[in-house]
Design a protein around this ligand. Structure first.
Ligand SMILES: [Zn+2]
Length: 251
């Protein structure tokens, strides 16, 4: 009987610890850019390019380590107390809106049934007269329709907020939001700052424009329960890192 009580007590304490541990948990947000099958590009600039095979290795490692990919909506609704979150949540993001996100990454996320967020530079959607083309609004709609990919804002022209004035700050935030909402028929609620940089007025401008969360630089995980929603930190992931590196980085 005594043994039973002790094991019951241990189970109870473990439960309490795991529940409180979960509440005090962290939320890693990973940042990727262009996906490629050309290793020379990765060698040239691993901060921008990653091999499709490496990205798959990262995803497989994260899944086997027990991470669950979620959307910013999932997180925001949890913070409002309106939704449950899976254990070990993680957000995977891609910046700029390269066509490789549609051609290569999207099928990969479908293969493993995982979620990702793409922050597009709204004025560059469909741009094909550049070194690395961007996917079109039609392709964006197709990805959104899958329920796995969420398209959000990375400003209108990839502005550096440390260098732009107040009027331009308003334009970058509002124009990109408007373009996304018009073309995708949904509310655009989240924005990732280009270069991870914000300015003095940007949080207030974002709030009045209707953004619910903003993503900054800073290589660390967000405090799941308490993070400032207007300064969600994000890890910059490089194409030379292995799946094991990623797990060690975020744990
Ligand atoms: Zn960018």
């Amino acid at each position: 009987m005594k043994k039973f009580v002790i094991s019951l007590l241990t189970a109870f304490i473990t439960l309490i610890l795991s529940v409180s541990g979960y509440a005090q948990g962290t939320l890693p947000v990973l940042m990727y850019h262009n996906v490629t099958t050309d290793y020379n590009l990765v060698l040239k600039d691993p901060t921008v390019h990653i091999m499709l095979s490496t990205l798959e290795e990262h995803l497989v490692h994260l899944i086997s380590a027990g991470y669950n990919t979620i959307s910013f909506d999932d997180y925001y609704n949890w913070r409002k107390g309106e939704k449950e979150l899976p254990p070990n949540p993680i957000i995977i993001t891609f910046d700029d809106g390269y066509v490789s996100n549609y051609d290569l990454a999207f099928p990969l996320f479908q293969k493993y049934n995982q979620k990702a967020t793409i922050f597009v530079v709204a004025s560059r959607v469909g741009a094909d007269n550049v070194e690395f083309p961007h996917f079109t609004w039609e392709e964006a709609r197709e990805m959104e329709k899958s329920g796995l990919i969420d398209i959000e804002s990375h400003t209108f022209t990839h502005a550096d907020f440390e260098k732009i004035n107040y009027a331009r700050t308003v334009l970058e935030m509002r124009l990109s939001k408007f373009a996304i909402e018009t073309n995708l028929g949904k509310e655009c609620k989240y924005l990732a700052y280009p270069y991870g940089k914000m300015n003095e007025a940007s949080t207030a401008v974002a709030k009045s424009a209707g953004y619910k969360m903003l993503v900054v630089g800073r290589d660390k995980s967000a405090d799941l329960a308490n993070e400032n929603l207007y300064e969600i930190p994000r890890y910059s992931i490089e194409g030379t890192q292995s799946g094991e590196d990623i797990i060690n980085l975020i744990k």
